[in-house]
Design a protein around this ligand. Structure first.
Ligand code: SF4
Length: 563
């Protein structure tokens, strides 16, 4: 389990197991460095931890002194061979004279099949045998120890298994060197148990590929994707908005203190990000723990500007970043993406207005529909930006009319840097949180959040996050603002005005953050995939789909457009 890839030329036996299970899984893990735990992988890690314990005795270890003299056992034995192009870590190696027997630990029950073990597991242990033979040992059989059924299963290394293993080693190496991710399995029962299902998106990718090949409605429309994703993430961001607060760690919990008083506490395993607003202190111990757990820390100014992000080591998927840079250097491909971001945003702006207005007396909805069509046809970035600017002006004029006068908020168009009225201060704060959400999503997917296609690179600007944010502005930020204003959750005295600049007071910030989190956790029916998931999941799915487009797997970015 602790086997790691040290050389691109050597195929790890564990990856051979994955490749036999699903070539795409091997590519994601081996070539792109993706990893995600699920209950199966955590169980597997626990079983291997036992195998690695120095005091652990493998089952059937000879107990007599004479037998101990004859046999010896070694744990976590690393073997590699350039000739075979293979590297492996044997959980337990049993050696008697010149005869070596690899013992591989597996969680779960021994399957009730004639071969005694599934093919990926037999291939993995056979690969270990090939390495032992190469090292001069006689190795005719291996053992798989199934921890749940506490059973040893003998795996004979016959010619058929050896030939199959050699074929798979070559196939795995070719796949890695080919630089093309294999397509997802189709409607496979393996996918629901695969820990990378949320990264791979098998049914979603197959559906989009099917639709790209037959854009006109066909009688044989691909099956709707199965609901393989958890609808909601298990962890959520921690926001600390109290000026002067201090974030510390006690055991497996983060504790928020103001002066000497504890004002909050949360388990580390329940946190996905930490967001700090203004003068909030964090201990080095907390930072180290957060980096270890791959939890990013996002910094905002007191006024809500997204200032930066700190995280542990960058994502290993360098292949994706190389492809992102190649697309960014290609004006035609950049424009194709930019058009989808802008058209998606305009359509969602139109949807927000349509849902909140009774008629379209001044033709605003039709004019936004027209702008979206023009955006889809734009032949350069300058004209696309012009279309987007005009549409935004008309949209915000319509947005202003949605505010209930009696709540005391007015909106006379967007202003920022600094915002000069409460409505703009709230929108700026929400847009900053949206940019942070997309920055975290881009980083989690292995993308470079600073290299965009619509937004041009500028020092410190998360251009890609801003690109991805476009389609979500009306759906997440503007709709949250509207609800805060019209329900009275935010009141004019939640704001402070200094030297013409308007900002939220701490209580106002708390209200906005709470409303934002509610919005992110609210469910939406996916317009393409048909299942119901939280908006926070949608954001991550969109970042993954963009990655698929950059990698050349999907031909077109499918912006998220609600109906
Ligand atoms: S989700 Fe399915 S297709 Fe994707 S990597 Fe896993 S097993 Fe393969």
């Amino acid at each position: 389990m602790s086997e790691i890839l040290e050389s691109a030329d050597l195929v790890p036996a564990r990856m051979l197991n994955e490749f036999t299970y699903c070539p795409r899984l091997a590519y994601l893990e081996w070539v792109q460095g993706e990893w995600a735990d699920n209950p199966d992988t955590l169980d597997g890690a626990f079983v291997h931890r036992n195998a690695d314990r120095p005091d652990h005795q493998p089952i059937d270890t000879p107990k007599t002194e004479a037998a101990v003299d004859e046999k010896f056992h070694a744990r976590s034995v690393r073997l590699e061979s350039a000739a075979l192009g293979l590297v492996a870590v044997v959980d337990i190696l049993e050696v008697e004279g010149n005869v070596a027997t690899p013992i591989d630990y597996k969680k779960g029950h021994a399957p009730d099949i004639p071969e005694g073990a599934w093919e990926p597991e037999r291939v993995q242990v056979c690969a270990q045998a090939l390495l032992l033979r190469e090292a001069g040992f006689t190795c005719t059989e291996g053992i798989i120890w199934y921890s749940a059924s506490r059973r040893r299963v003998r795996i004979p290394f016959d010619d058929v298994l050896v030939a199959r293993t050699m074929e798979l080693i070559a196939g795995c190496r070719d796949m890695a060197q080919g630089g093309k991710m294999p397509l997802p399995l189709v409607d496979s029962p393996k996918c629901p148990r695969c820990s990378l299902v949320g990264i791979c998106l098998p049914d979603e990718t197959n559906l989009l590929l099917h639709e790209a090949q037959s854009p006109a409605p066909t009688p044989q429309k691909a099956d709707a994707p199965r609901m393989l994703l958890a609808p909601r993430p298990e962890s959520i961001p921690l926001h600390v908005v109290e000026p002067g607060a201090r974030l510390g760690k006690r055991n497996d919990r983060l504790v928020v203190e103001l002066k000497t008083e504890k004002i909050g506490e949360v388990r580390l395993k329940d946190i996905s990000q930490v967001c700090l607003y203004g003068p909030v202190q964090v201990s080095t111990q907390v930072m180290a723990e957060l980096f270890e757990r791959e939890i990013p820390v996002c910094y905002f100014s007191t006024g809500g500007w997204f200032r930066g992000i700190a995280h542990g080591l960058p994502h290993k998927n360098i292949e994706l970043r190389i492809r992102q840079h190649a697309v960014a250097a290609d004006p035609a491909r950049s424009l194709a993406l930019a058009k989808q971001f802008v058209a998606g945003k305009i359509r969602n702006c139109r949807t927000l207005l349509r849902r909140n207005t009774e008629d379209d007396a001044d033709g605003l909805l039709e004019s936004l529909a027209q702008s979206a069509r023009e955006a889809e046809r734009a032949d350069n970035i300058a004209s696309l930006l012009g279309i987007e600017g005009m549409a935004a002006k008309r949209y915000f004029a319509g947005f202003a009319k949605l505010l209930k006068e009696e709540r005391g908020f007015r909106f006379d168009g967007r202003n920022r840097r600094p915002p000069t009225d409460p409505a703009n201060a709230t929108l700026s704060f929400l847009y900053a949180m949206l940019a942070r959400e997309l920055t975290v999503a881009a980083l989690a997917c292995g993308l470079d959040p600073y290299l965009g296609f619509l937004h041009q690179p500028r020092y410190g600007r998360p251009a890609l996050a801003l690109d991805l944010a476009e389609e979500f502005r009306p759906l997440l930020a503007d709709s949250t603002a509207l609800s805060l204003f019209n329900t009275g959750e935010l009141k004019p005295d939640d704001f402070v005005c200094r030297a013409g600049a308007v900002a939220l007071k701490p209580a106002g910030k708390k209200a906005v953050v709470a409303a934002w989190e509610r919005r992110l956790l609210s469910d939406v029916t996916h317009p393409i995939f048909g299942y119901t998931i939280s908006y926070r999941r949608v954001v991550m799915v969109q970042a993954r789909l963009l990655g698929r487009v950059l990698a050349g797997e999907l031909p077109e970015y499918p912006a998220f457009k609600t109906r």
